[in-house]
Design a protein. Structure first.
Lengths: 321, 321
């Protein structure tokens, strides 16, 4: 059997593919290479158990052709659906971006799973489904779910469509609500942005917002480990888990200082105003991971440690390019 | 200023239009007449303050043309978005139905409100967004939101898209989570189905499920009154309310017996098995309307009274056709 990863050339997809192959699984991938990059697959492309097709998943006919090729011979038995727009501000400017890349890719995935008889989906959801619930402890059962970005809205829409599909025949589903995830190959995110800015101007680092935004950060290697742990141990038909660090998170100020320390220690940091980096940004939240702890998984790194490691890796990545 | 009602030729739309006109408002309507019927607008069509266009709201170009005509001269300042598929089983069979008719109509409404500068939306959401939370008390802040029908999923997706739109510029929004609504002009629903069945066979009434499903029922006249009350009194930018009766609801058995009593007293009732009428049906739930009570609105009728009145009205409606 083969496991299909959509968005495989993206940040999380590339890491998941490498881990699954290391664990002896056969991996098929689809990506439209619009945000992901083919070089992210360099570590896995020549693996005997790896196959890959380029297709736009929001175009169901293109998706069906690609899946048909990958399915032939060694059938796909499970889909890890990671493809989505990762550009939250772009979706705030134009809701069509997340409709197409974040929601319709999910809708088409479910439709084709039914056509091809694929029984299991694992889905990269997001803490953005919670919207801005202030200081409330965000357990998986928190409500109301009123997202403040189209990205969050279309992740929630995807969860809802998957939930309905489980009721009408899909065998099992796993929803992972990601926090901020850091590591390489980095394609976006606050560390990536700050490292690039500092490379362009080593004297001064401009930061969006006042630096007080506090969020949990998980390293991508831990994220992949947690998802595979949940896949193995959660036993409901529909399983939904917050995945994140079990600390209070780290501030943007901490990240900025860590980037400066590792990349250009003499640089001056200039903060903006307000506690939102952009419209649709959630300034802070208290993410509960007690459901995941109870299942038996805990991260090894704190948010701060994950950030420090990711700054180092991203700085090296950017120095190579 | 004009108020636009989408899905105006449907059950709730036709009632809302009549009430708004009675209260001195100018009303514009759009409907594709796929489920609604033009005869539902007979009571309002000749009113001086009423205008109407036929258009498929899932087709944004057709929708834009219709809205452009209605907007000209007397601008639309508020949209009551009621258009949706009302056929839950159809959406379970084919998720494309609710994608197109329940979600894309909302997505397009938001896009065109931005284009035309319309600042306020009122949206007919549904208790189906809650999925099946068992016996838990469903306040508006209940979670998780894991719908078990595509109808519920696409209503939740619509709420999410509206919530994100409020964050990025939409002035105000009102989300009404409907319970089962009864009354005339009836086009679907359990009473309508049972009255039609009994008209076809006055000896025997076959009921889906074992009759123990218990839900809250609100008469459409009370629903319209409650929505307009919320529109007037709720003061957040994003307002979300359960709208329903404040009792424990009524069983399908009660409805079946009431239909038999009023339509064909000698008929025998034959129940099916299980507590779900169809896949995607939520067997029972405890709907809290305390937020609405706290705002100052309470229904005059119980679920049972609403059903009795609706059975009478629907039997008369069907006798006329």
């Amino acid at each position: 059997m083969r496991i299909l990863i959509t968005g495989i050339a993206g940040f999380v997809g590339a890491n998941l593919a490498a881990t699954l192959l290391r664990r002896g699984k056969a991996v098929a991938g689809i990506d439209d290479l619009s945000r992901g990059a083919i070089r992210n697959l360099d570590p896995v492309r020549r693996h005997a158990n790896f196959t890959f097709e380029v297709a736009d998943l929001s175009d169901i006919d293109a998706y069906r052709r690609a899946l048909g090729k990958l399915h032939a011979g060694n059938p796909v038995k499970e889909v890890w659906h990671l493809a989505a727009s990762s550009d939250i501000p772009a979706g705030v400017r134009d809701p069509g971006v997340d409709l197409r890349d974040t929601f319709m890719t999910t809708f088409n995935t479910l439709a084709l799973m039914k056509e091809f008889g694929i029984p299991v989906i694992a889905f990269a959801s997001s803490s953005a489904v919670y919207g801005d619930l202030g200081e409330r402890r965000l357990t998986e059962d928190a409500g109301p779910l009123l997202p403040i970005s189209n990205y969050g809205a279309m992740k929630l829409a995807s969860e809802a469509a998957i939930s309905a599909a489980v009721e009408s025949g899909l065998e099992r589903a796993f929803l992972f609500r990601f926090p901020n995830v850091v590591g390489v190959p980095a394609t976006h995110g606050v560390i990536f942005d700050l490292v690039r800015k500092l490379a362009a101007n080593p004297e001064k680092l401009d930061v969006l917002g006042d630096g007080t935004q506090r969020k949990g950060y998980l390293h991508v290697e831990e994220l992949v480990d947690a998802m595979l742990f949940i896949r193995e141990h959660a036993d409901q038909r529909l399983n939904y888990f917050n995945v994140g660090p079990d600390d209070e998170g780290a501030t943007v100020r901490f990240i900025a200082e860590e980037v400066v320390r590792q990349v250009s220690p003499a640089a001056r940091i200039a903060y903006g105003r307000g506690d939102k980096g952009w419209p649709g940004d959630v300034p802070r939240f208290a993410y509960s991971t007690s459901k995941l702890s109870a299942l038996g998984w805990r991260p090894k790194m704190s948010s701060g440690q994950a950030i420090s490691m990711a700054v180092k890796q991203i700085a090296e990545q950017e120095a190579r390019h």
